[in-house]
Ligand binder design. Structure first.
Ligand SMILES: [Zn+2]
Ligand SMILES: [Zn+2]
Length: 404
């Protein structure tokens, strides 16, 4: 997307936002393009430049295969087995004496990905499962193959290695939401992409190999099956009743005992029919807030605070950093009744036991939840959450692109 259109869109957003929340703060974005074509977006102060000649992994074997028996696509991504693990050496391009060397972490300042200190940053994954220029399929004459077209980005929540979403400062969580808004708006503008999915895999139980607070954004050229099904449910509800299913769900949630945090902009609670024991959904109340980019500054600020509070309750209830999957669910194209939501799925059902997605769930997608949602909600409600100061509503301002 040309940088001019990003800037003008944000200028329009600033005009709107300034009426709603005068304390919004500009956050500049500077984009570096590395020699291998991968982009790095630095948000806020620019304190350095990417190291020249950072190593790149060529995604040679990526492709999609269609399972004819379910008419669904499976992504084959063998290169991912070479990803860095915490225990593996990460000294390629590591600056001596840097946090990257001290923690043995490739995401820390001074590491192979970000050679310098940063406030927040996004870079294209060196080990992508999807690429905008994916390799050709193994056999072009076989229609069961397709190219793995999409993107895989890594979102750095903070430069600090230790901690988790609940230990981020108010500024840092506000910045994370602003960065998500900026990146998703640009990815959705690419008509090749059918779905954009920001997420965080937290904890070794989830397969997160690096503990440094960070998330990812994947984008795909096919609508994932579960998203397709949810969009169809909204369309079906609209056709049957003439009304928005999401608005009806929100009214039901607000009247329930499952809300764990009161907020005028978001329902924050255990859903009526959760799949996971302590699943929490944070869903936009306002009809028309379909994606992160639709949010007002006030809604963005409230979202950052709500997410921080949920993770704080998780950690407080279990007494340790609770592993979880956190996904941002934005509206696919044409899904007008979709309300943007952040959904969190921790696998733990007690301090020692984790729910395993076993035979029935894996083979049928019929989930069996052995906790009562109302009880899970009551336990989360009982966790004291320390009120914290207001964070600024960040608005991204695109700066000049830089090349390296
Ligand atoms: Zn780190
Ligand atoms: Zn609605």
């Amino acid at each position: 997307m040309p940088i001019e259109s990003v800037a003008s869109r944000h200028a329009r957003a600033r005009t709107r936002a300034s009426v709603i929340a005068p304390d919004r703060r500009d956050l500049s974005r500077t984009t570096f393009v590395q020699p291998d074509g991968r982009r790095i977006h630095v948000y806020g102060e620019v304190r350095g430049a990417p190291a020249a000649g950072a190593p790149r992994s060529e995604p040679t074997a990526l492709h999609l295969r269609r399972d004819e028996l379910s008419a669904s696509w499976i992504a084959i991504s063998p290169v991912r087995n070479e990803r860095p693990h915490r225990s593996a050496p990460t000294d390629i391009g590591t600056v001596p004496g840097s946090p990257a060397e001290r923690y043995g972490c490739p995401l820390c300042p001074g590491g192979p990905e970000l050679a310098f200190s940063y406030e927040a940053a996004v870079f294209e994954n060196r080990f992508p499962s999807f690429a905008l220029a994916p390799p050709n399929v193994p056999d072009p004459s076989d229609a069961r193959f397709a190219r793995s077209l999409g993107t895989c980005e890594v979102v750095m929540f903070t430069e600090r290695h230790e901690g988790n979403f609940a230990t981020l400062t108010p500024e840092e969580t506000g910045r994370v939401v602003a960065v998500w808004r900026d990146r998703t708006a640009e990815l959705w503008a690419d008509q090749r992409l059918a779905y954009v999915l920001p997420f965080e895999n937290r904890g070794e139980e989830i397969g997160a190999t690096l503990s440094h607070p960070h998330g990812q954004i994947y984008a795909f050229d096919h609508l994932p099956p579960w998203i397709e099904r949810r969009a169809a449910a909204l369309a079906d509800g609209r056709a049957r009743t003439g009304a928005c299913v999401s608005c009806a769900v929100i009214a039901d949630e607000l009247a329930s005992s499952r809300i764990v945090h009161a907020d005028p902009h978001w329902t924050v609670g255990v859903p009526f029919a959760p799949r996971w024991p302590f699943e929490v959904h944070v869903r936009a109340v306002r009809h028309g807030a379909r994606r992160l980019a639709d949010l007002t500054t006030a809604e963005s600020r409230a979202l950052a605070g709500a997410l921080h509070g949920v993770v704080e309750r998780y950690n407080g209830l279990f007494g340790f950093e609770l592993p979880y999957m956190m996904v941002v669910q934005e509206a696919p194209r044409g899904a007008d009744d979709w309300h943007v939501a952040v959904e969190l799925f921790p696998p733990h059902r007690s301090k020692r036991l984790t729910k395993v997605r076993a035979s029935v769930e894996t083979s049928t997608l019929l989930f069996i939840n052995d906790t009562l949602p109302e009880e899970s909600a009551a336990r989360l409600q009982g966790v004291p959450v320390i009120p914290r100061e207001e964070h600024p509503g960040f608005v991204i301002v695109a700066g000049a692109d830089a090349r390296r």
